[in-house]
Design a protein around this ligand. Sequence first.
Ligand SMILES: [Zn+2]
Length: 152
Amino acid sequence: MTVELDDGTRIHESRIRLQYTWWIGRTGSNFYEEIRKNRKIWGIKCPFCRVVYVPPKENCPKCFSKMHEWVELGNTGTLTTYTVVNYAIPGIQPENPPFALGIIILDRANTGLVHLLGEIDLTKIRVGMRVQAVFNEKPQGDLLDIKYFKPI
Ligand SMILES: [Zn+2]
């Protein structure tokens, strides 16, 4: 759709689909392999800030230190925020709307993990609720090996 403004300029609205490859590196690969093979979620701790990141990163985004100290996290955490998606964008959403996405701070971690919320009444989601990871029966080696987080 194109809209002409009062000054004669135009705004063209469209959608761009981009297929891309994302190199997740050794740190990301270890993270996904642990979920796929062992159903364990690991974070990584900065040696200076002491912040535990999940998903793990090779370098601390605050102080840029290399991080090597892996921390096994539980499968449970606290929902810190969420949104309910009602609009369909075919081909790029992990589920058909309506569905919920949340940011979960896993126990022993300091940063949030964005993920789907499942087995949940979309009208009863609340910030601060405790949630637990449900693993996918057929893991593929990506973040959807955690199928979703459900209330506990
Ligand atoms: Zn740091």
